[in-house]
Write a protein that binds this ligand. Structure first.
Ligand SMILES: [Zn+2]
Length: 60
């Protein structure tokens, strides 16, 4: 899950297209657009995701 840094909307990274078709740096753009407000969030670091998955496992 990614939390939008602008509106706080939580969405799954797989739900949205990463990068943008019209981006001049399309080869390197990895921004994740919020489906609600179109704010471009930076992709979640793999390390953060790993820690979060570990916490989720022990939590439940
Ligand atoms: Zn948003």
């Amino acid at each position: 899950m990614i939390r939008c840094g602008f509106c706080g909307h939580e969405f799954d990274e797989g739900q949205v297209k990463t990068g943008c078709a019209s981006c001049p740096m399309s080869s390197g753009c990895r921004m994740v657009k919020c489906p609600r407000c179109n704010y471009e969030n930076p992709p979640e670091p793999a390390l953060v995701r790993k820690i979060r998955s570990i916490l989720k496992k022990s939590g439940s």
